[in-house]
Design a protein around this ligand. Structure first.
Ligand code: SF4
Length: 182
């Protein structure tokens, strides 16, 4: 099966790498996409899967508070984190994790290579190395990626998960090049 032109190499990206319009009010860095990341991936000729934006799906575009952008960033991020761990939001997150992990399982089952999953550091949902909690940027994963990483580990998958920051283009570029060459 699948002996056509597809390269069978795939990367999963946090939603806002491809669509900055999903980001919480006041925090978008780019007008449309993180072009540095996308150019590297396009040049590598790999398939790109855009993960859902957990905050948008659980809390809406305004994250449940139209005044959110008026708060200091880490304070607002921490408020969002607390909203994501409430029962209703958690239920939606579980569905999103199931959908993402189903796709990953299917690709792995048919012998495709999952090159990695890219999240966004400091995000209360998609952070990998750092997240926002108690009004500070702290080590650890965001709520969505914590759940996704647990599910993948439960399935026995060892997929590289990389955290990037829109405000750190050089480090981002280097870490993605490293990931692509692993
Ligand atoms: S970091 Fe995650 S939750 Fe925040 S905008 Fe990007 S995809 Fe959505």
């Amino acid at each position: 099966m699948f002996q056509d032109n597809r390269g069978k190499r795939i990367i999963f990206l946090a939603h806002c790498v491809c669509n900055q319009n999903s980001i919480s009010d006041g925090t978008a860095t780019f007008s449309g996409t993180n072009e540095t990341v996308l150019r590297l991936l396009l040049d590598a000729k790999i398939g790109i899967v855009q993960l859902p934006c957990p905050e948008m799906n659980c809390l809406g575009l305004d994250r449940g508070d139209k005044e959110g952008a008026n708060r200091p960033l880490l304070e607002e991020n921490s408020r969002i984190r607390n909203a994501l761990i409430q029962t209703d939001a958690k239920r939606i997150l579980e569905l999103l994790v199931q959908q993402a992990s189903f796709q990953i399982k299917e690709y792995i089952h048919y012998g495709f290579e999952i090159i990695g999953i890219i999240g966004i550091n400091r995000s209360p949902s998609c952070g990998i190395n750092t997240t926002s909690k108690d009004n500070a940027e702290v080590e650890g994963k965001g709520v969505f990626f914590e759940m996704l990483a647990e599910e993948l580990s439960r399935c026995g998958f060892n997929i590289p998960i990389l955290g990037i920051k829109d405000s750190e283009p050089e480090q981002t570029k280097e870490s993605i090049i490293r990931l692509l060459n692993e």
